[in-house]
Design a protein around this ligand. Structure first.
Ligand code: SF4
Length: 462
């Protein structure tokens, strides 16, 4: 029995987190197989929106091939006396939440990267058109967001129309992102927090500052401000940044207090501009993952759209799982692409001087914001497919991380006070843990053979 009499399936928070596997899906909308997909909300004047209207452009759900995959767009126009352009980003982000409330609909990601599945079970229950989906969205928007007075929703499956609107949407996202560029975290007293992803990652809270974009890449500082003003009790709220405790790492007393309160004490400290120590938590919606590659002492970056394996042999999904879930994991750091355009990008770790690898498509997107030298010295999948190839590339290009290797090598060649050199053929260990390339290897009752073992006191290392 549905929450709404005229909707054939149930609707409620219990369906959030519902996973629809390939075998159970009626149809897939957007997703990794489609180059063009988008969701977009635009603020309109009152007389431009016909409240409650749902339009379908292209084949409706019942006419899409069973088990198939199609380009897809969701275009929502909203109006209200308090609505302004700055509310578009946060309103758009709610599509994710509200669609996931519908039984048999799974929505992942955001903006240009949406991935939706409709289950066979819900289709058989009668969910054969986008019209009831639109009706549910419209009702949820109007009951949850008081500033939405009128709403009109268009679903697009016609590939030509999807492509046309996708191109426009990309320009609109870019204009939104560009708005906060040039502003500094030092210039504002208030940051914004978002806990929308707590339904998936209960200990996650995004802290949105002018120079550190939300992980999902959908909510800027301006969006946060607009949302907190019209809906202060909602999931996006103001954070008084408080006292600056560490300028380089980006630690603020107000952020620490806020995250402690919002995560019920699970997280009590955040350093905003580093992937080590107390990094910003990573939910699961981040646009990209910065992953530390210990062999070269630098970061790789991989975005959700990158198909195949990264330079350390792992795909995005594995790397994403290593840091997701609202955790603070050293060296696995969920980020927005826009954060890569910020001067505060991984500032405490050395910024661009520590980035060693990224997909060419990401490089193309952020190139004009990278230091000139980094454009040359950061490898892509075209330059290096393995860590050994990466080492060679970085050495040839004299990447700044190479100096670190030289220093370390020199330190290791001589044993000094506090260090001990052992020469042995084999020594037993009862239990030892080694972390490398994102894996933890645990040796139990093993014998390790080595020509020489140097034990040295570790300096704190980033
Ligand atoms: S990633 Fe962050 S800003 Fe985006 S919806 Fe989730 S919690 Fe909010």
């Amino acid at each position: 029995m549905s929450m709404f009499d005229d909707i054939p399936v149930d609707v409620g928070v219990i369906y959030e987190g519902e996973r629809i596997r390939k075998d159970n899906m009626q149809v897939e909308l957007g997703g990794p197989k489609q180059a063009t997909k988008f969701e977009l909300v635009r603020a309109k004047k009152m007389d431009e929106v016909e409240d409650g209207k749902v339009i379908v452009v292209g084949p409706d759900l019942k006419d899409l091939p069973e088990g198939g995959n199609v380009p897809f767009g969701i275009y929502i126009e909203v109006a209200g006396k308090d609505i302004e352009e700055d509310l578009e980003g946060v309103t758009e982000r709610r599509i994710h939440e509200y669609l996931n409330f519908i039984e048999g609909i799974m929505h992942l990601n955001q903006r240009y990267d949406i991935w939706i599945r409709v289950s066979k079970k819900s289709f058989q229950k009668g969910l054969k058109s986008f019209v009831p989906v639109g009706k549910v969205l419209a009702r949820l928007y109007k009951s949850e967001l008081p500033f939405v007075e009128k709403i009109q929703i268009t679903f697009i499956t016609d590939p030509v129309k999807v492509k046309e609107m996708y191109d426009q949407a990309i320009q609109i996202y870019d204009a939104r992102d560009a708005k906060a560029r040039g502003m500094k975290d030092e210039e504002v007293d208030t940051f914004y927090g978002c806990t929308l992803c707590q339904s998936f990652a209960p200990t996650h809270m995004c802290v949105i500052t002018p120079q550190r974009y939300s992980n999902c890449g959908s909510i800027s500082w301006f969006d946060g401000r607009a949302s907190a003003q019209v809906d202060p009790k909602g999931p996006v709220f103001a954070i008084n940044k408080g006292e600056l405790l560490d300028a380089e790492k980006g630690e603020f007393s107000g952020i620490n207090e806020s995250i402690k309160q919002k995560t019920l004490g699970s997280v009590d400290k955040v350093w905003m501009y580093t992937g080590f120590g107390y990094p910003h938590t990573s939910c699961g919606c981040f646009e990209a993952m910065a992953f530390y590659i210990p062999e070269v002492e630098g970061y790789g970056i991989v975005d959700r759209g990158f198909k195949g394996v990264t330079v350390n042999g792992l795909p995005f999904s594995t790397l994403a799982d290593s840091g997701a879930g609202g955790r603070q994991v050293d060296g696995f750091h969920g980020i927005a692409i826009e954060y890569m355009r910020s001067p505060k990008f991984l500032q405490a770790d050395g910024g661009w001087d520590r980035v060693v690898w990224m997909p060419q498509s990401v490089k193309d997107r952020v190139k004009e914001f990278m230091p000139k030298e980094a454009v040359e010295t950061v490898a892509t999948e075209k330059d290096a497919k393995t860590v050994d190839e990466l080492k060679t590339f970085l050495t040839q290009k004299n990447h700044p991380v190479v100096k670190r290797w030289k220093t370390e090598a020199t330190e290791e060649e001589t044993t000094t006070e506090g260090e001990e050199a052992l020469e042995t053929t084999a020594f037993p260990v009862s239990t030892a843990t080694v972390s490398t390339g994102g894996f933890k290897i645990i040796f139990k009752n093993a014998k390790i053979h080595a020509e020489k073992v140097i034990i040295k006191r570790e300096k704190p290392k980033r």
